[in-house]
Ligand binder design. Sequence first.
Ligand code: URA
Length: 274
Amino acid sequence: MDSSLRAWRDTLEDLGVMGFVREPLVQTMAQPPDAAATQPSVAPPARQPASRPVPRSIAPVPTTYVPPSDPSGCPPPESVAAAASLAELHRAIQGCLACPLGPGRLKFVFGEGDPHARLMFVGEGPGRDEDSQGRPFVGKAGELLDKMIGAIGLTRGQTYIANVVKCRPPDNRTPTADEARACLGYLHRQIELIQPAVIVTLGATPLRELVGVSEGITRVRGQWRRVKVGGREIPVMPTFHPAYVLRQYTQDVRRAVWQDLKAAKDWIDRPAGS
Ligand code: URA
């Protein structure tokens, strides 16, 4: 596949459009084509069954997960609870192999931003760019998220950005309930340490896994919800995922997201005590 076609395929995949451009099938010849041309053709070259190339950077994830025999890859819950800072928490969990996503990651995507941010975003999980850079929302959806944050008068660095799962699900699929559950304690501890005034959930997955709301995002976006973490109730504003906004790039969708973020910003700006 030539590089421009591959770049286009990668962009489509970033936007959630899978399988639109197929990898060429690799057919293993019995001998190199040049050698075949110089030798008498007794019979057509034997063909091996066609196989899809496995990208070298992403290890295949087994369908049935076998937990590591060395449990040191799974951080004990006490070390998560005992982490007194985001840096300590990051150190404690970065080698996690508690679910099938761990062995397939390139980089663990902990989250980033102001450790005392009043506004926290929670997305679904890392995609290809995030997996290779180890940072959340750095691909096309991230560019849009940065613009959305700018549109309410903030910078990315004034917020905190994290995901439900810290390792990339293969083919950018939605994390399973088990995968989300295996990672949720880490997100809870992040929230306890950051103590945001408001959480904005991006798309249906964080709304379902963090807040326990399974209604369709189109129906609930823009309506305040609450989540209790570490004994503290935090207002939650559900909005669309930026990748959805990129797919449905209409004025209505963009206006809806802006209204949701503006409501979150107004909440953190409200006078104390009101
Ligand atoms: N989508 C997400 O949900 N999170 C990221 O970090 C990137 C894309």
